[in-house]
Ligand binder design. Structure first.
Ligand SMILES: [Fe+2]
Length: 463
């Protein structure tokens, strides 16, 4: 600190929270396809009060849901806080009480021992419930129409990832947890399965090679893969005032592979040179091999090194990992799929866990190793052709979300929706694209009267 108050980057620009809960009818330019009916739900961090930590992390803000409801060519918008027990307690006291991401050093004694979940990372539909997810707690249910908070879904215990996978054939939700056990920042993990009816039918615990932030994972028709990459967690480090999570490449990179129906004792740990992945695009299996297309970073972005010094700038690119289940080697084979910096990769949900052809992601056309997302990309992995829609004037997109034209349409036949921040006007728009004609630009744009802060993930729910 230099004596001047440093503005936290996650509280400035379009990272800054908005503090109103609104209902708007949006003005539409172009034509919203009549077949597009339902809602795009997006979620992100939006601290209710000024955070207590000087080094407040983006991941630590209270969840806010933004719903774009589309019907008969019209779009309405509604946003609501996820009213977690943390949100309610702080609301009652009129100020922040919890340290960023559960940091006990900056938590008010008043809040000690209370649940600090923020439900800010992903929002999806499973078993008739709209679930707001954050990886250190359980799923939190929101009303799909009113966005009223309904509370934590309590058949779950312990941590549940914000990135479960839904098997398109069985309707099961496959999930995991990390940091599981009595001690915070432990190497304990869970593997879990929830049936199509919402009943948790399996949860088994195991030990990872070391404690790491495991943000996402991979699932195929018969296998599950747990990436344990060296963005490590350490209670000892945290207690000495250093970062709880930090980049420690010397620990190496591991991916545990297991049959979905097998015991956790059968996990086989494959390895790769140190790297980090927040988000896989999708994974599948074929002829004794597992293939996983992932957005891979050379170093973990957004986190410091173990000595507390700032981490290096990094951007992810799409690569294909191959795991040879019948081979003697535990090494992961890697090949590049793309030469553009990107994040938030998505597939048609109907091919999740099965072989895919199409992928969409937010891209940085300048390859500037930033988290600025100035373009939406579509990649056809059969033809190798990439399409790009570049934004101008500093505008930036959220994760592009695919919606099929109909339940029986071919993979990739449908629309992509994304929320774009208009930097010059400090406002946001909902953009609708033909999914395989991204370069043409949006077929419809719904104008927001104000901005939607940068967030994490979203999903389409058809009504
Ligand atoms: Fe994520």
């Amino acid at each position: 600190m230099d004596g001047n108050a440093r503005i936290n980057p996650y509280l400035a620009g379009n990272f800054a929270p908005i503090r109103s809960e609104d209902d708007f009818d949006l003005t539409v330019e172009g034509e919203i396809p009549l077949g597009l009916r339902g809602a795009l739900f997006r979620i992100g961090p939006n601290p209710q009060f000024e955070p207590r930590d000087a080094n407040h992390h983006w991941f630590g803000g209270d969840g806010m849901v933004h719903g774009f409801y589309v019907q008969d060519g019209k779009v309405s918008y509604r946003n609501r806080y996820v009213r977690t027990p943390k949100w309610e307690l702080e609301h009652q006291h009129g100020r922040a009480l919890f340290g960023s991401m559960g940091n006990p050093m900056t938590t008010d004694p008043l809040a000690m021992g209370n649940e600090g979940g923020v439900a800010n990372t992903n929002i999806l539909w499973h078993a008739g419930k709209l679930l707001a997810l954050e990886e250190a707690h359980q799923p939190f249910e929101m009303d799909v129409r009113t966005l009223e908070s309904k509370g934590y879904v309590r058949p779950y215990k312990g941590q549940v990832t914000a990135h479960p996978k839904i098997d398109p054939k069985t309707g099961e939700m496959i999930w995991f947890g990390y940091g599981v056990g009595d001690m915070p920042l432990s190497a304990g993990m869970s593997y879990g399965v929830t049936g199509a009816d919402g009943v948790v039918i399996r949860r088994d615990d195991f030990q990872a090679p070391f404690s790491a932030m495991v943000h996402d994972f991979m699932v195929t028709e018969h296998h599950v893969l747990f990436p344990v990459l060296p963005l490590t967690g350490s209670l000892q480090r945290a207690m000495s005032g250093l970062p709880p999570f930090a980049w420690e490449p010397e620990k190496g990179a591991y991916v545990g592979v297991m049959r979905r129906d097998a015991d956790v004792s059968t996990i086989r740990w494959f390895n790769a040179p140190a790297c980090y992945v927040f988000h896989p695009l999708n994974s599948w299996e074929e002829d004794g091999k597992i293939f996983s297309d992932v957005m891979r970073y050379d170093v973990a972005p957004l986190f410091p090194k173990a000595d507390g010094s700032p981490g290096d700038k990094a951007a992810a690119r799409l690569v294909r990992w191959t795991f040879d289940l019948n081979g003697a080697s535990d090494a992961i084979k890697e090949e590049p799929l793309d030469d553009l910096d990107g994040e938030f990769p998505r597939v048609d949900p109907r091919v999740e866990t099965r072989k895919h052809r199409h992928g969409w992601y937010a891209a940085d056309p300048a390859n500037g190793k930033t988290i600025r997302q100035g373009a939406i990309a579509h990649l056809d992995l059969k033809t190798g052709k990439r399409q790009l829609y570049e934004l101008t004037g500093g505008d930036a997109t959220s994760e592009p979300v695919f919606t099929p034209r109909s339940a029986t349409a071919e993979e990739g036949d449908g629309w992509v929706t994304a929320v774009v921040y208009r930097a010059g006007e400090d406002r946001s728009d909902l953009l609708v694209f033909e999914a395989q004609d991204i370069a043409k630009g949006p077929v419809a744009t719904a104008h927001m009267p104000r901005r939607v802060p940068f967030g994490f993930h979203g999903n389409w729910v058809s009504f």
